[in-house]
Design a protein around this ligand. Structure first.
Ligand code: AMP
Length: 282
């Protein structure tokens, strides 16, 4: 498994790989790898001849410096996990200095899809995401890039960007991988105390309750949102930031699930750890 630290080295490998007639699938991550990430990598292997996994904690997408500093960075353990998986051809782990040298000043500005939900609560977040994803794709030159539905809005924003900017890369979304109790796997979960970890299941419990209610006939967005919110509110260690029911394509708020599907998105805090999750219903 090759490991690259600069865009130049990553590009040289990708150009040689493509020249050899091989396709490339990419899995962009911020590291602190878990089975959610590895599931994307395994799927990537089924989509292309070679797999590149990137690990970069992107300062541009953090709107809190405390959150950026506290983000876990177990790079040696991550590389061991990638090697053990046996299907990852290259890890691209650039330094911040290589990604953002002193004169760096060009950004990719996302549109309306990025303005609501996470965009409203984390100003500038998606501009950081679209900029870094563009840079990662330009370095690894993949035919296909895999993203998780765990970050539902991110997937929508990246998909839009790739289409709008004619990037020539297929963007594929993969279902959320969960812990046994239902909590969505996330690198941020490792920052939870055991008590907060136990409490955090209230998010997925609420989402599953809403999904069941929807399947049983409840199509009102307000009622479904209330079910998700109630589960979080019942947990003393949790603080709900938002719950919204939106059209999965436009991310516009909906009043009813029918005739289309809807996506319920939740953000909640456990101490200073912010978690997000979502569920498509209908
Ligand atoms: P992150 O390292 O959190 O930025 O995530 C890197 C990629 O993995 C993103 O496309 C995420 O949506 C995806 N991802 C993160 N957690 C999960 C999960 N539990 N299940 C599936 N994909 C995930």
């Amino acid at each position: 498994m090759a490991v690259f630290a600069t865009p130049k080295d990553m590009q040289a490998w990708s150009i040689a790989t493509r020249a050899a007639g091989k396709t490339i699938a990419m899995v962009p991550t911020m590291g602190a790898l878990h089975d959610g990430h590895l599931t994307l990598a395994r799927f990537a292997k089924s989509k292309a001849d070679t797999v590149v996994l990137s690990i970069f904690v992107n300062p541009l997408q953090f709107n809190s410096s405390a959150d950026f500093s506290a983000y876990p960075r177990p790079i040696d353990a991550d590389l061991d996990m990638c090697r053990a998986e046996g299907i990852i051809d290259a890890v691209y782990a650039p330094t911040a200095a290589a990604m953002y040298p002193p004169m760096f000043q060009t950004h990719v500005e996302p549109g309306l899809l990025a303005s609501k939900l996470e965009g409203e609560h984390r100003p500038g977040h998606f501009r950081g995401v679209t900029t870094v994803v563009t840079k990662l794709l330009n370095a690894a030159k993949p035919d296909v890039a895999i993203f998780g539905q765990k970050d539902f809005q991110q997937l929508a924003v990246v998909r839009r960007m790739a289409a709008d900017l004619d990037m020539g890369v297929e963007i594929v979304g993969m279902p959320t991988v969960r812990e046994e109790d239902g909590l969505a796997m996330s690198s941020r979960n490792r920052r939870l105390t055991p008590e907060q970890r136990a409490a955090a299941v209230c998010i997925s419990k609420g989402l599953f309750a809403a999904r069941e209610a929807c399947a049983a006939g409840e199509k009102g967005a307000e009622a479904l949102a209330a079910l998700a919110a109630k589960s979080v509110a019942s947990e003393p260690l949790a603080r709900l930031e938002y719950v919204e029911v939106v059209d999965p394509d436009t991310l516009e708020k909906v009043h009813y699930v029918v005739p289309n599907k809807a996506c319920i998105l939740v953000a909640a805090w456990f101490g200073d750890v912010r978690l997000i999750d979502n569920m498509v219903v209908g």
